[in-house]
Write a protein that binds this ligand. Structure first.
Ligand code: ADP
Ligand code: MG
Length: 310
C-alpha cells in the first residue's frame, strides 16, 4: 500500500527541521506566513537539481538531501546572509519510503545545523528532480555583491579547490563532492570586510570571471598560490592538469576580494574560523583573467567554467 501525497508530506517533510519564531505559519496551509526582522533585507535564491544531470539516479539519498540544501545555503553564504527558511519542490517517480526517509534525514540534519526551517513546498510525480529555495537575512546595505571590487584589491579563496571535480572524474566518493559544507560563518564574517564575494560552484575561472565582469576589472591569479589538498597536489605533480582547480565545479568554497589594508584581519579570521583563507592574486584594471605560472609567465585564461549550453 502506497502513501497518499498528504501522508507523504506529513511523514517526511513536516516538522523535520527546527521551528523558528519568525515562522508564523509553516507547512499545511496554502501559504506560509513569515516575519523578516526589522532593518534587514530578505536574500532569496533557488536551485534545481535534475537526476542524470546534476546527480546520478542511484546517488545515496542521504547525501543528496544534504547536498541539495548545501548548494543553496552556499549562495546565502556568498551574499553574507544568515539562513532562515527553505522551501522544497520535489518530483518523485514513485513513493520509495526508504529513499524518502534517507533524503529527508540528509536534508533535515543540515537544516538543523544551520537553524533553517522547512516552511513549505510542492510534491509531484514524474522524473526525479528538486527545486530548493532558501531565504536568509542581511542587515540593510551589508550584502556581499559581486560588483564591489576595486583596483588593487586582493583575491582570496577559502579551503582548497578542485577536490570535488577530481573525485568525480576519478569516480571516488569524497566528502567535498558528496557533503559540501556551506561557508555560512565565513560569509557572515565577511560583511563589512569583503568588497565582493561569490561562491565557487562552476569553477574558479568562471566564478571569479563574474566578479571581474560585475566589478568591471580584470584579475591576475598566481597558479602556485592556489590552495590544493595533498591528493590534488600529487595529481598535478603527475599530470600537470590544473583543470580541476581552475574550472572544476562543485567546490562551494567562497572567492572574495578585500582591500589590501585588511590583509591582517583576514589572517586573524582564518585562525578564528580554523579555515584556510588564501590570497591567490589581485584585481587590476581591464577585463578577463590572467594567469601567472610558476615560471612567472602570464597568459590570458582560455578555459572557463562548466557551461550547460555549450
Ligand atoms: P496546494 O494544493 O495548496 O499547493 P499542496 O497540497 O501542494 O498545497 O501542499 C500542502 C502543504 O504541504 C503546503 O503547505 C505545502 O507548502 C506543503 N508541502 C507540499 N510538499 C512539500 C514538500 N515537499 N516539502 C515541504 N512542504 C511541502
Ligand atoms: Mg502544491
Amino acid at each position: 500500500l502506497s502513501l497518499s501525497e498528504f501522508e507523504l508530506i506529513q511523514k517526511y517533510f513536516t516538522d523535520i527541521t527546527t521551528s523558528r519564531t519568525d515562522v508564523v505559519l509553516g507547512i499545511g496551509d496554502d501559504c506560509s506566513l513569515l516575519k523578516v526582522p526589522e532593518n534587514h533585507q530578505l536574500a532569496v535564491s533557488i536551485d534545481t537539481l535534475v537526476s542524470g544531470r546534476h546527480f546520478y539516479p542511484d546517488v545515496n539519498p542521504y547525501s543528496l538531501g544534504h547536498k541539495a540544501l548545501a548548494v543553496n545555503l552556499s549562495d546565502l553564504a556568498a551574499m553574507g546572509a544568515t539562513p532562515a527558511w527553505v522551501t522544497l519542490a520535489i518530483t518523485l517517480p514513485a513513493v520509495d519510503e526508504q529513499w524518502l526517509a534517507d533524503f529527508s534525514s540528509g536534508f533535515s540534519d543540515l537544516a538543523k545545523q544551520f537553524n533553517v526551517q522547512l516552511i513549505g513546498g510542492d510534491t509531484t510525480k514524474g522524473p526525479l528532480s528538486m527545486s530548493i529555495q532558501v531565504h536568509g537575512f542581511i542587515p540593510n546595505g551589508q550584502a556581499l555583491c559581486r560588483s564591489g571590487a576595486t583596483e588593487g584589491d586582493l583575491i582570496y579563496v577559502s579551503g582548497t579547490l578542485g577536490d570535488a571535480a577530481f573525485a568525480l572524474a576519478s569516480k571516488q566518493s569524497s566528502v567535498k563532492l558528496d557533503k559540501p559544507i556551506p561557508r555560512i560563518e565565513l560569509g557572515l564574517a565577511l560583511r563589512n570586510l569583503a568588497t565582493s564575494t561569490i561562491d565557487i560552484s562552476d569553477g574558479l575561472l568562471g566564478d571569479l570571471g563574474h566578479i571581474c565582469k560585475a566589478s568591471q576589472l580584470s584579475a591576475l591569479v598566481e597558479l602556485n598560490k592556489i590552495p590544493l589538498s595533498s591528493e590534488l597536489e600529487s595529481e598535478i605533480a603527475k599530470n600537470a592538469n590544473w583543470d580541476y582547480c581552475l574550472s572544476g565545479g562543485d567546490d562551494y568554497e567562497l572567492c572574495f576580494t578585500i582591500s589590501s589594508a585588511d590583509k591582517e584581519k583576514l589572517e586573524k579570521l582564518s585562525q578564528k574560523l580554523d579555515l584556510r583563507l588564501t590570497c591567490i592574486g589581485s584585481m587590476l584594471s581591464g577585463s578577463g583573467i590572467q594567469i601567472k605560472n610558476n615560471k612567472g609567465e602570464i597568459k590570458l585564461a582560455q578555459g572557463n567554467s562548466f557551461d550547460h549550453f555549450k
